[in-house]
Design a protein around this ligand. Structure first.
Ligand code: ZN
Length: 345
């Protein structure tokens, strides 16, 4: 079978790799769709992000859906031909954090397509993959494989929303309108937010934010003062989801966030940020991180299956995996693409 292997920045190869061997407690899945994520792009463009660098060839990808091709003898509840979204989250289940239900902080996490550890964890941009039953979340008829592939980034958004606390009746600001920002709009609305403003420095991603239900979008690239109207009376927004990883976006929101506001930092920045900490003190902000997810994957698939969320407006294009270079170039162009999906069929 073939897989998409990153060797160095810009050096992404389609390679023959051995078909993985399935154990009696596992399933073999034929991958049909894979979404290109920002982290895949970082590996492709820069060889990594922050201190994380590719040090050995690695199969990319962690947002996939496919069809069950074979079921291990000890596995019950699944059958050949069923379609499923596959969670890339593989915590050990044994460490202290897993035992406390904090699987996203697992001490031995084997998250697909991640160079955070050595040897790197191989990813899911491949024609076949062996998975554990806990990773398999069946898709309802009518939910496409591409939508199923978006269960992973939707899970990230759901986890961030959970970190924010109750959103019923809240005014929400989302800074950064990439795929995660747009999915945060969907997830925050589902959780009861009554007003959602989205900012970005580019026009095309803001159009997607409107399509998925934002009340308002503001281009802070064209007008740096676009948020100023919300500064009155110590601020308007109850919750900020910062999805750009940009210091100016985060610090720039402080003036429009009301006292005791909650900041959920979802975007990963390129390095240290300078923040007006005195404002955090004086306005009593809660500054929280949100990293990956675990149980939210099942929620994401349930929401997709019940048609309670619509992620289709995010899907910009579906390209054959053999056109990976073109697909990655497209995914990197924010004026043309939100989420680019690879077709492995
Ligand atoms: Zn663990």
């Amino acid at each position: 079978m073939e897989a998409l292997v990153i060797h160095a920045p810009g050096d992404l190869r389609i390679e023959d790799v051995p078909t993985p061997q399935m154990g009696p407690q596992q399933l073999l899945v034929r991958v049909r769709c894979g979404g290109i994520c920002g982290s895949d792009l970082h590996y492709y463009q820069h060889g990594g992000f922050g201190t994380v660098r590719i040090q050995q060839p690695m199969i990319l990808g962690h947002e996939v859906a496919g069809v069950i091709e074979s079921v291990g003898g000890d596995v019950t509840g699944f059958s050949v031909g069923q379609r499923a979204a596959i969670t890339p989250s593989r915590p050990c289940g044994l460490c202290r954090y897993c035992q406390q239900g904090l699987q996203n902080h697992c001490l031995d996490m084997q998250y697909y397509g991640s160079a955070m550890r050595m040897p790197h964890v191989q990813g899911a941009f491949r024609q076949q993959i062996v998975v554990n039953p806990a990773q398999v979340h069946l898709l309802a008829d009518g939910v496409s494989d591409a939508e199923g592939a978006l269960a992973e980034p939707l899970s990230v958004a759901l986890h961030a929303v959970r970190r924010a606390g109750p959103l019923v009746g809240k005014n929400v600001l989302v800074t950064g309108s990439g795929p995660i920002g747009a999915l945060l709009v969907i997830a925050a609305r589902r959780a009861g937010a009554t007003h959602i403003t989205v900012t970005d420095v580019a026009e095309a991603p803001l159009r997607t934010a409107l399509k998925v239900g934002a009340d308002e979008t503001l281009n802070v690239g064209q007008d740096a003062q676009a948020l100023a109207r919300y500064e009155a009376d110590k601020g308007f927004f109850d919750v900020l989801f910062e999805a750009s990883g940009n210091e100016r976006a985060l610090a720039g929101a402080f003036a429009v966030l009301r006292p005791r506001g909650v900041i959920v930092q979802v975007g990963l920045g390129g390095g240290p940020m300078n923040l007006p900490v005195n404002t955090i003190v004086a306005k009593e902000f809660d500054l929280r991180g949100a990293f990956r997810f675990h149980e939210e994957f099942a929620t994401a698939v349930a929401l997709l299956n019940k048609r309670l969320v619509d992620v289709k407006p995010l899907i910009s294009a579906t390209l054959p995996y053999r056109d990976a270079s073109r697909a990655f170039a497209l995914a990197a162009d924010r004026s043309r693409a939100m989420k680019v999906v690879l077709d492995f069929d």
